[in-house]
Design a protein around this ligand. Structure first.
Ligand SMILES: [Zn+2]
Length: 121
């Protein structure tokens, strides 16, 4: 039990868990991404609290990613779920639009030609 406190070591020990957006593979701290879970009924729902039980997948705040994840069935793959119903797809897309609308600090550009990160597929 040494008394010498090593500050740099302490900073390194405080690890922030990184999550990966399943659409663009961007990593971010947990709060920068939105968690989605598969319900026992087989639906895929947004987990706003991040505390729901079950297998989770993450998407960033970019509606383009939600679009891509649904079109490429990335959500079903990540969550080992059956194909999304049209209704479920609609709900998730509606959520992503609300999300982008709520981000008042972000410029409301609807064109996807300027992405904040380099997407390589
Ligand atoms: Zn993303």
């Amino acid at each position: 039990m040494g008394q010498a406190a090593n500050k740099s070591d302490g900073a390194r020990a405080k690890h922030v868990p990184q999550r990966t957006c399943i659409a663009c593979r961007r990593t971010d701290a947990k709060r920068g991404l939105i968690r989605l879970v598969r319900t026992p009924e087989g639906r895929i729902e947004v987990d706003a609290t991040g505390k729901r039980n079950g297998r989770g997948a993450y998407l960033c705040h970019n509606p383009t990613c939600w679009d891509a994840a649904i079109k490429r069935r990335a959500l079903e793959r990540a969550l080992r779920a059956d194909a999304l119903t049209p209704e479920n797809q609609h709900d998730l897309l509606a959520y992503s639009r609300e999300l982008s609308a709520a981000e008042a600090h972000a410029p409301a550009t609807r064109t996807a030609d300027v992405l904040p990160h380099d997407v390589r597929v």
